[in-house]
Design a protein around this ligand. Sequence first.
Ligand SMILES: [Fe+2]
Length: 352
Amino acid sequence: MQRILVENLTPGQKVARTIYNSEGNVLISAGMKLEKSYINRLQSLGIESIYIVPAEIPLVDVPDPISDETRMEAVKTVREIIKKIKGEAAINSKKVQNMVSDIIDEILLDENKIVHLNDIRSYSDYIFHHSVNVAVLSLLIAMDFSYNREELRKLGLGALLHDVGMTFLDQELGEKDKLSREEHSSFKEHTVYGYQTIKEIPGVHIISAHVAYQHHEKLDGTGYPRGLKKEDIVEPAQLVAVANVYDALTSDGNALERLKPQQALKILTALGGHKLSFKYVEALTKHIAKYPVGSLVILNSGETALVLEVDKENLSSPVVKVLKDKAGNRLAGQELIDLRESEGLYIKELLD
Ligand SMILES: [Fe+2]
């Protein structure tokens, strides 16, 4: 599958992944063929890119760390919270806590959770999807450390609400590519507003509020709002900072140009140690598919294959099915190949 800019879509192309809006409604289902009217609709909604299945390639079900239902419920919950904050209404603490618990339950179901695709989001829905994704990524990272259930809940809640302070800013501040000095210092305040908001929610642990307060701090003291250094930044905030940067780099809908997962991981690795905590970058890397399910790869034999299954312990050696021979001729009925067991055969390149 390929991620394609909406402006480059053509009628007849097949959608690889269901697209939802932030109210949880399906805009286009996986497997549907695009029509001109759908493309126009995507454009008018401010969706920048979607996943499509290249012609003649079978549609495969791509696993996600949490189900579409849970993801959309979580997106709706964040949307509701932000609405309440805007209206100065009380936040339903139980509902948020239960939502975080549901996400944790799904993530804990299986140790082999890997992120294959990024979600599709429009500019106007960015913050809701970003919040949920940062929570999911943070919990995936935490799986590699000894967090107990209670700690996962505090972390997950802080991650889910880390950017709620954005509600208090002028909307355009979050969308502009270049901020003036003054605008930038107002933007930084979202961390403080977030802290103040979260610490007032009944039943929420103060550490979750500190995650929002400290998620832009950097180990070397160059972050904001307080320029804290490594030893003064709480561990959950160091962890969420990694998930936050990764999501911002790999998604549409913010001021940054979307990067491919492996490019983003390279940047994170370069920041690891002095800006971001290296151990959390390393842990995240283990949960991001190098060759996502549904993608096409070139093997060292010259054949083109489709990735069908990935094992977290062997990210470079998935189970594949050869679709084309060296000369590019289509092959039918090929056996599955488990690259963990096929000596001498390996992936040379990811096609996109
Ligand atoms: Fe932020």
